[in-house]
Design a binder for this molecule. Structure first.
Ligand SMILES: [Zn+2]
Length: 78
């Protein structure tokens, strides 16, 4: 049962990768450290937003990180 759930989560991750479509920025991994200094893994996700952008003259929905949007790499649909 739990094995099945883990497989499902893995598949979901592959389908919806936390990767920016423009710069390819992906999550970073590190440790969560409690007050008692228990160390567990954690990850920092990219702040992705799905935006309608103009790519090669066509409107397309892309998943772009907020730094790409802010720096004007995305030409938004009016
Ligand atoms: Zn980006």
């Amino acid at each position: 049962m739990s094995h099945c759930l883990r497989l499902g989560a893995l598949l979901l991750l592959e389908v919806m990768a936390r990767v920016c479509d423009l710069c390819g920025k992906s999550p970073q991994f590190g440790h969560k450290i409690s007050h008692a200094h228990n160390v567990t893994n954690r990850r920092w996700n990219v702040n992705l937003q799905s935006v309608r952008a103009i790519i090669n003259g066509a409107h397309k929905r892309i998943r772009a990180c907020t730094s790409c949007i802010r720096s004007g790499k995305v030409q938004k649909v009016a």
